[in-house]
Write a protein that binds this ligand. Sequence first.
Ligand code: EPZ
Length: 438
Amino acid sequence: MLKEHFLISGLAGKKKLTGTVSIPGAKNAALKAMAASILFKDEVNITNVPNIEDVSRTADLLTELGAKVALRGHSCRIATNDIHSTDLASEISKRLRASIVFAGPLMGRFGKVSFPHPGGCVIGERPIDLFLEGFQKMGAKLSVENEGERTRYMLRVTGKKLRGTELFFRIQSVTGTETFMMAGVLADGETIIKNAALEPEITALAQFLNACGARIEGAGTTTICVKGGGLLSSRGGKFEIPPDRIDAGSFLILAALAGKDMEITNCNPAHLESLIDLLRSSGSAVSVGKNYLRVRDIPGMKNKKPHAINVKTHEYPGFPTDLQAPLVVYLSQAAGESMVFETIFEGRLNYTESLRRMGADIVMMDPHRVIVKGPTALSGKDLESPDLRAGLAFVIAAVIAKGDSVIHNVYNIDRGYERIEERLRAIGVSIERVSILD
Ligand code: EPZ
């Protein structure tokens, strides 16, 4: 088996990075657009698709169902008329949380689906109760098969089609909102989602589906109303995936920590208001253009360190949980005591133990809260990437640390970040991918 790690030589706190980083399409928009192809009677053409592992796995999942998928560079063409199965492959689904959104279009089009408990990053319990309850309210029958440790959920529509209904989400859920928005497109009557999530990837998906014949109103607000109809048609149009706000935000944090003059291009700063506000409030200067961000280490303010600030993760437009780990690295360099409250996932602060080994002063109060005291110099260490966002936080920590770091389990980073070492090298980071045959 091929094992890969990153070898990074740190800058020992110096602000040296210069140049431009271009932001690829958003992972969490691309995966849902690919699943949405099941709602179409003709071929779907998706552009600006990031070249990442999770996109390849989603393509595999579609192919196993019988879809024709042509993934070339940043474009992906999918035809779903030959789908012959509605059983999601266990191995892939267990690795990919986004596999759960397939349930929406498959239930809408074929009235049945089966899937294992979806996997993805190990960041907490990640239940699926909203999905199971939602489909049952729309007229599906649920059966659960337990084979040893394997659980498989089977949903089947009892009438002819899914029935539009009103769903109130106890908790705002991104994939939940996307799943039922897609299910509603082919359901009978009207599906109303209340307390829907507001993430920009949801709005982008709704706009694309509406351009192809869907009738979705309210995406981007907490009440979404979908009027059911027939299969959609792309009529040769394209869906351009919006830029990845988490990728852009991660590079912005790196720029605030180690940038001499860095520009982040092809991004949408309007999707990053919470981070930009937070960085500015803690003393970092960020310039914002229409589709770029820039951080410069201004002469005369050279030794200015950011100061501590409290952060609470929140659904969009609040501070994203997916940027919490990189932000903790930033706060380890900020003067004073910052409280970080992770409100979305209960296992998403465990990586802080590794930052402590690098020299950060972080105290865990409970599974949801840490106190970060800064500034502390970090030193290079051997680190295991636990999930993609914490993995990238380790890369950022390694860049600002003194000495060399080794980051294992690079697959976790490749899942969500395109050509990461190439883009980092272009701005002056000393990073190498080392492959070892184990
Ligand atoms: C999406 O996960 C993203 N994944 C995550 O990105 C992101 O961290 C998360 O949204 C929050 O922004 C994808 O889009 C594929 P949720 P999702 O359902 O949809 C609870 C990354 O790194 N909940 O919005 O799975 C849940 O436990 C990934 O790219 C239930 O209780 O998250 C959590 O506390 C990681 N029951 C809260 O809702 C359910 O049935 C919000 O989770 C479903 C969710």
